[in-house]
Design a protein around this ligand. Sequence first.
Ligand SMILES: [Cu+2]
Length: 319
Amino acid sequence: MTQGKTRGGSRVALLATLAGLPGLALAQVADPKPWQLNMGRGVTHTARMAYEAHMVALWVCVAIGIIVFGAMGYAMFKFRKSKGAVAAQFSHNTTAELIWTIVPVIILIAMAWPATAKLIAMYDTRDSEMTIKVTGYQWMWKYEYLGQGVEFTSRLARSSDQMRQSGKVPDAASNPHYLLEVDHPLVLPVDTKIRFVITADDVIHSWWVPALGWKQDAIPGLINEAWTNIEVPGTYRGQCAELCGKDHGFMPIVVEAVSKADFQKWLAARKPAAPVPPAPAEGSPAPDVTPEQAAPAGGDASASAAPAATEAAPAPAQA
Ligand SMILES: [Cu+2]
């Protein structure tokens, strides 16, 4: 094997394709399922790269396991004492030691080379068509469509909240998305390279949707990057993947991937239509409401929610 010298990518890709075939029946396309055996294939190029690297590593391990345990079993059976085998008395063999050092090194390089190329590609956010800013809070997410003037918070759906506060035990039949449903999902277009900038406002969170194939820490004071390009429309669910306090398990993520046309329609409906007129001092919405409740007319969901209660609300940022 001269993997280090040659451009082994295509060969490894072929290997990956072959390796993935027996896993087809096990692999899930999108969200993880109970008792799922294998890693999910996901719905993005990134997810597929991770899946392929995983399958290559899995089958390399299987082959090594078969060879090692096969050789052990064969030696134990063939050269057993009852057949009169006499143990060899040598204690050192330079050739054997060279082989069992060099062969694993070659195997590791052959696996690390394409895996490194994939990792680099996963962090290459250039040529993105749009950017979403994700901010983690205890215990919800805020999404901002940068340059579009659209932003909202996304928190656990009331149905899940009511269920967990009722003391009842939810079952999968009546509550299939218990703790995995939000009030406002993140709507994204398919076939679009979307860059994410991810941060947090209080403690460390982590934004993770398995079907997209990556997770990224949301750290106060830092901005992490990631990107995705969803290939299949659908609803994909995830969760905060960093222990972030008592309600860590209650800040799910829902991504709704829709066609580009549907996304543009959705975005247009969410965009602030005109500058918000000065808010009346009385009868204003309470500060602790969702953007929807603050702006029921479907207009500006972003700028008016919190500050509108007291003074004239500032005009929304012209993007
Ligand atoms: Cu969190």
